[in-house]
Design a protein around this ligand. Structure first.
Ligand code: MG
Length: 395
């Protein structure tokens, strides 16, 4: 048995209209879920996630924990199929669960997305979970430094979330519970506003977990509060039949989920940015509609849009770049555009030539009726002056 003490705080922040974060403290299950998706999707997804995890109070292995997360994922997927307004909703999930494995007390950790679990060690904020974000993948791949990642414009793009696919990739850890240890679960609204040392200062100074959680959330709001902020602090009070920690970092085992199907094999001589996790889903939580697209589909659509935009601007330039002298009813005028128009770009009257069709020299009549084209307005005016000179101005 493990005895816990905990405290929580959550806030909508200073920018967002709604708090899509959810937290759960159903001893021995502690969860933070950060929902995403338009309409109310984010709130619904994170609420389903914590409701399902609340049932996981007697997990006896990390496999049980994975099953609980998979069940939460299915519930969200099924719900989004029922309601078109909720399509595309998703949520991150980080869970810390007390469990008895083969008679031994253990802590199980599950993570999907970029909410985090830290252990508040004496001298550092030890991040246990690994973010499933595009930026983190680029850092792992050596394409971005940790410093560049901190304020990267795409740091909001997560590569895994519950509610997107029938199965979700879940990372798990098994830890040794140690009396006196303090754990911190949080949404990205906390660590995107506060540095690790700012967080550590509060969790060391403030003993009461609820007071510490409130102070952290308040500080994140004051630092900008650009996102919802949620903090759950969990203290390990007593551990019956406490085992010796297998290592200083408490970690007994780690299970990193890897894609179980290969969709893409990198060519050996590839150049340019790679997708280090080709099977993962890219979810941009700041996009409203659609809330997520696959990385490759997004890139393809963007490329098609760029080509269309270039074609359209070329077409407009072609359609509007020339002038011609033609007829508008009984009047001779200078048009801008092409005599027959280009697709839906019809020529427009640029200026009148003080001359009627009836006054035209018979030699000019056929040309003007067809439209006489020029590359610029000055040339068109020159031609208009010439046919005016030739025109029969006296009956
Ligand atoms: Mg967030």
């Amino acid at each position: 048995m493990i005895e816990f003490r905990w405290g929580t705080a959550t806030d909508v922040g200073r920018v967002r209209q709604a708090n899509q974060d959810q937290l759960l403290t159903a001893t021995p299950v502690f969860v933070v879920a950060d929902g995403m998706g338009g309409h109310n999707g984010g709130e619904v997804a994170s609420a389903i996630a914590v409701d399902e995890m609340a049932k996981a109070t007697d997990v006896a292995s990390v496999d049980d924990l994975i099953d609980a997360v998979q069940q939460a994922n299915r519930e969200i997927v099924d719900r989004s199929k029922l309601d078109p307004e909720l399509r595309g909703m998703g949520t991150t999930l980080v869970a810390l669960v007390g469990m008895i494995v083969d008679g031994e007390p253990r802590l199980g950790v599950a993570n999907v997305g970029d909410s985090r679990l830290y252990r508040c060690a004496a001298d550092e904020l030890a991040q246990i979970t690994e973010d499933h974000t595009l930026v983190e993948a680029l850092v792992r791949d050596g394409r971005l430094t940790a410093e560049e990642a901190i304020n990267h414009p795409q740091r909001n793009i997560v590569t895994r979330a519950l509610g997107i696919d029938e199965k979700v990739l879940v990372d798990t850890w098994q830890l040794t519970p140690v009396e006196g240890d303090r754990y911190l679960l949080c949404s990205d609204g906390l660590f995107n506003e506060l540095t690790p040392s700012e967080i550590l200062e509060v969790v060391h100074r403030v003993d009461d977990p609820a007071a510490a959680a409130h102070e952290l959330v308040e500080a994140a709001c004051e630092a900008g509060g650009r996102d919802n902020v949620t903090v759950v602090i969990v203290d390990i009070i007593t551990v019956e039949a406490a085992p010796e920690p297998a290592s200083d970092d408490r970690v007994i085992s780690v299970h990193k989920a890897v894609p179980d199907r290969v969709l893409h094999v990198d060519p050996p001589d590839r150049t340019g940015p790679s997708d280090p996790h080709p099977d993962e889903i890219v979810v941009d939580r700041q996009a409203s509609k659609p809330p997520f697209v696959t990385w490759r589909l997004g890139a393809f659509v963007a490329a098609v849009l760029v080509v269309l935009a270039v074609l359209l601007s070329t077409l407009v330039a072609y359609a509007r770049s020339s002038y011609f002298v033609g007829t508008d009813g009984e009047e001779v005028v200078i048009f801008r555009g092409r005599p027959d128009g280009v697709l839906w770009f019809d020529p427009t009257v640029e200026e009148p030539v003080v001359l009627t069709v009836a006054e035209l020299d018979p030699a000019d009549l056929a040309d003007v009726l067809d439209g006489v084209e020029f590359d610029d307005l000055e040339d068109a005016r020159g031609y208009a002056d010439a046919i005016t000179q030739r025109a029969v101005t006296e009956p």
